[in-house]
Design a protein around this ligand. Sequence first.
Ligand code: ZN
Length: 406
Amino acid sequence: MTTVKLYHENAYIRDFAANITKVTPLPNNRWGITLDRTAFYPTSGGQSFDYGFLNDLPVIDVQEDGEEVVHIVEAQPNTSQVQGHIRWDRRFDHMQQHSGQHILSGAFFSEMKANTVSFHLGTESSQIDLDIETITPENLQAVEAAANQIVFSAQAIHTHWLNQDTIHHFPLRKPPAKDFSAIRLVEIADFDYSACCGTHVANTGEIGLIKIRSWERKSNGIRVDFVCGWRGLRDYQQKNTILQQVSGLLSLPISAICQGVEKQLLKTETLAKELVAVKQELHRNLATTLYQQGILIAQHKLIVHTLNNATPNEVNTLAKELITNSHVIALICGITADQSKVHLVFSSSPDVCLSMNQELTKILPLLEGKGGGNVQTAQGGGSKIDQLPTALALATDNITKQLSIL
Ligand SMILES: [Zn+2]
């Protein structure tokens, strides 16, 4: 039995009475309730379903099944008649986004001859896919201006049904399939005529702001992301808050934020370069001190040192600096700033006859670590930082023994 679609007669109906025509048990303790008439919009034509209630039962999904509309609920109704109530904030939001999409697609066509290939009405923002290869900021501004001009002119949006005989009277933006029997037209006079079964506002002024937020290239064209109505206001509020915060952080008016951020980035880049130079100098000095303090074993110098808040790169640099001296064995460790890991570099001068790879891999299990390398340099990392002193003592002991018998 066909469900009478009240949302097609009047998209503003929020409350209605209806008779249950079918109750279908569904998996997971759910029931599909079919009514003789409904104001609940089922997911279709790119628009999402309405939430609401049938009596006191929350409607958690609404689906189309042929000519019927099925309301999904989580308990069986105990009456044959129900009072339906749809959640208006969600429905009105969908109407704003959907009518806004028609206008935006119409504006892309009128301003750029760009056709809408597909669209998606999302929960946060919506997207339109266009059959054009490129778009400029000037294009976007012109399209937004044209779309919002239609909003500000507060035009009526009419919907009516067309058949094969009457369809030729209207310049549809997209031609319909040839073999249709009836088509529902959404008409914004002298601007956009689209076949659509969705719910729309009665007047373009109700849409409020239409705002394109961003665009990206897709394989077959351009995708624009947009918001309308209350979403547009929320988006503006959120971005304004962010801008005010950044303005406060930089102590600059909003109009000067970009130059301020550019200046800060340049400063950071310069400071980072200076920091690298200072650290290199520091490591060279540290290497000199460590070399002097190294343990002398059978004409070799064993240097064991741990750096705090160090990156693997810094550990490597120090080890490299140390082995520019002859007969040096450097066991350098670096503990990360968050104290979660240690990076080890075991390195020796080319004139040392010991395998750094062997020495490192002997102690890595103590640190629950992994790593490897070659005779001259090996590196690895581990997470058992509390075992580092024991591991280094063992490595020192092993190396001392081997050097003593060389
Ligand atoms: Zn539509």
